[in-house]
Design a protein around this ligand. Structure first.
Ligand code: FPP
Length: 248
């Protein structure tokens, strides 16, 4: 039986989030410039999007560029921005063919105009697609998102639009850039680093975490199936005890 056939459709995560890491080390190992790693990373993105869509996963969020990534050498930042423009442009027909809807989260106003325009164009072109929703986290960091949400809520209280008692977990979630998107049940990080790096900190409160040693350019459909199988064999208790979950 192939790994794919072992996956139980009914037990798939609705939302899968991925920290794509290791492009630079993948390139360095080959004596190449870091941008070559990012270029190969695009192929891993393609495979992952295709596999997630085929399986029937509803949301896939990819950490493509963090707020902290702006501090990288200028040529790498420029290279990544060009790669994004190219990838969005060249992949739009495939997104349409596969019924994928594109969305983006993050401080999008801080992106170069060309990236923003391409992004907005494809978000609008794909907005009526009803298959997988692909969410690109761009110029994103969780602390930025949380601080922005806190400021919005504080100003609503100050203006008398809401009272302090109305602030609860649902209201807070509705002020985040992921508003309307269910929390991820599974978060994958590649490259052997076991950290979260300022990604979806509020949303992953109960997510299962899966870490693989593989560098992102080596990630592919088979590796995604392995992660999903691992996830399906876990017991998610949400603070309850095992018997309460199994004796329903
Ligand atoms: C992390 O590897 C990767 C990134 C910061 C960028 C990810 C971008 C892509 C895969 C290409 C474009 C994406 C899309 C969605 C089309 P790293 O550079 O931090 O690697 P290192 O830790 O080995 O240095």
């Amino acid at each position: 039986m192939s790994i794919k056939n072992k996956i139980i459709k009914e037990k798939l995560p609705t939302h899968l989030a991925i920290i794509m890491d290791g492009n630079g080390r993948w390139a360095k190992m080959r004596g190449e410039h870091r941008i070559v790693g990012h270029q190969h990373g695009v192929e891993a993105v393609r495979q992952t999007v295709e596999a997630a869509g085929e399986l029937g996963i509803s949301y896939l969020t990819l950490y493509a560029f963090s707020t902290e990534n702006w501090n990288r050498p200028k040529d790498e930042v420029l290279g990544l921005m060009s790669l994004l423009v190219e990838a969005i442009e060249s992949e739009t027909p495939t997104l349409m063919k596969n019924n994928v809807r594109l969305q983006a989260i993050g401080d999008l106003d801080s992106l170069p105009l060309e990236v923003r325009e391409k992004l907005e164009g494809t978000i609008s072109t794909t907005s009526n697609n009803s298959g997988l929703t692909l969410v690109l986290a761009l110029s994103y960091s969780s602390r930025w998102e949380i601080v922005t949400a806190v400021k919005n809520i504080a100003s609503q209280v100050q203006n008398g639009d809401i009272s302090l008692d109305e602030i609860d977990s649902d209201l807070f979630s509705s002020q985040l850039t992921t508003k309307g998107i269910p929390d991820p049940e599974l978060l994958i990080r590649t490259s052997g680093e076991n950290r979260i790096s300022n990604f979806l900190l509020w949303q992953i409160a109960y997510s299962e975490l899966y870490f693989t040693e593989l560098f992102w350019p080596d990630f592919n459909k088979e590796e995604l199936y392995k992660a999903l199988l691992d996830y399906q064999n876990r017991e998610r208790r949400f603070g309850k005890i095992s018997e309460q979950i199994n004796d329903k």
